[in-house]
Ligand binder design. Structure first.
Ligand code: HEM
Length: 180
């Protein structure tokens, strides 16, 4: 399966890939600064702070993980490896009970702070701008898709362990609603 096509049908051309790859050295050099900007925003967010504290994650740990993810997006733009890695990262977040909306908000910040850093450094063409937006949109789709897949897998594992079929459970829920 073409994983990139499966992620929201975003049209990403070879020229887009070249545009993103040409930014990879800049991103490697500046990922620390970009992530610091992201952290300066989320560091005020109680929801994020609570999850980090609950999992014993320091700001330095979070910075390292986020820098690695950002650099990977620009060095492996829109190939199956990138999509699979974003799936895996998504599964880790389901496991750590990070809500989807936090992931969406964080990805939007990644995109915004990256575009700000780029435009402070160079003239960003319309084509380059669109390529960056597509890259983050697809990365987010992959992460969020892994949420629904992982939740479905867990639901099925639970039903199996209870010895209940999905159809039977649905029927119980419907009956429950009728007699409420
Ligand atoms: C753009 C969105 C995000 C990206 C790209 C991202 C990236 C990552 C990466 C690369 C890892 C390491 C995964 C692995 O071990 O394979 C990770 C782990 C983790 N992230 Fe995120 N993250 C994002 C958003 C968030 C948000 C909003 C939170 C909320 C606090 C969060 C909390 C965590 C936690 C708790 C872990 C597990 C760390 C551990 O136990 O080792 N992440 N993240």
């Amino acid at each position: 399966m073409d994983l990139v096509k499966a992620m929201g049908n975003v049209e990403f051309t070879d020229a887009d890939r070249e545009r993103i790859l040409s930014l990879s050295p800049f991103i490697k050099e500046n990922s620390g600064k970009i992530i610091d900007e992201v952290i300066s925003v989320v560091a005020k967010d109680e929801r994020v702070l609570n999850i980090l504290e609950k999992n014993g994650i320091t700001a330095a740990d979070a910075k390292r993980a986020w820098m690695g993810a950002l650099e990977m997006l620009f060095s492996e733009p829109m190939n199956d490896k990138m999509i699979e890695r974003m799936f895996e990262i998504g599964v880790v977040h389901v496991d750590k009970e990070v809500n989807e909306e936090l992931v969406i908000e964080a990805m939007n910040l990644f995109m915004l702070k990256t575009l700000e850093a780029l435009s402070a450094h160079m003239e960003v063409s319309k084509e380059l701008y669109f390529a960056v937006v597509k890259l983050f949109a697809v990365a987010l789709s992959a992460m969020i898709t892994s949420y629904s897949k992982e939740q479905e897998r867990r639901r099925e594992a639970l039903l199996k362990s209870l010895g209940i079929s999905g159809r039977l459970l649905k029927r119980h829920i419907e009956l429950g609603k009728r007699y409420k």
